[in-house]
Design a protein around this ligand. Structure first.
Ligand code: SAM
Length: 160
């Protein structure tokens, strides 16, 4: 645990009660409640801001190189006790793990978003679908130097 490489920065992570998740910031969006959010974000949707806690802002170094990033967030206003769900009120019932509903045992939201810019420790993106103030869990580049290239499809280019 004490291994640290040159230029890496380590901070003291606050203790957590159970899975040790730590919120790294919050997400500012135009949507005040669940009903006003899109069901899934769109890459041409409105700009939203990932506001990082100061101690995590150095972790953004290098992220500006990516056009698309994955954002993980904690859908904090979800109930967590449904095993099956009937989201459309049309009599159709589906298992929670076959849905992208915010209602799940661990309400983690995941969106692939367009990175617009980074300024003052904030990442401005398009493509989110969460309530204003939703806790931010993590940010990852869509692909990075260590991501294996996808095998080429027959007749396709390697990155298709
Ligand atoms: N894109 C993410 C995914 O696929 O994992 C989330 C999809 S989920 C269907 C998006 C919906 O979650 C929104 O339309 C809204 O109804 C609800 N939602 C957004 N923010 C939330 C929050 N903080 N707590 C609970 N529900 C939320």
């Amino acid at each position: 645990m004490d291994d640290i490489r040159e230029n890496e920065i380590r901070i003291r992570v606050p203790p957590c009660a159970n899975a040790s998740l730590t919120f790294i910031g919050k997400i500012l969006t135009p949507w005040p409640d669940r009903d006003s959010c899109p069901r899934q974000g769109r890459l041409d949707g409105p700009e939203c801001r990932l506001v990082l806690a100061p101690e995590w802002q150095p972790a953004l170094a290098g992220l500006e190189a990516y056009e698309k990033i994955d954002v993980l967030y904690w859908l904090d206003r979800s109930r967590r006790d449904l095993v099956t769900q009937s989201p459309k009120s049309d009599g159709t019932t589906t298992g929670t793990f076959a849905l992208r509903s915010p209602v799940r045992p661990n309400p983690i939201g995941l969106s692939k978003v367009r990175l617009v810019r980074i300024e003052d420790g904030e990442v401005i993106v398009r493509g989110l679908d969460c309530i204003d103030g939703t806790p931010l869990l993590d940010i990852k580049p869509d692909r990075c130097a260590f991501t294996p290239a996808a095998p080429p499809k027959p007749g396709g280019r390697p990155e298709d």
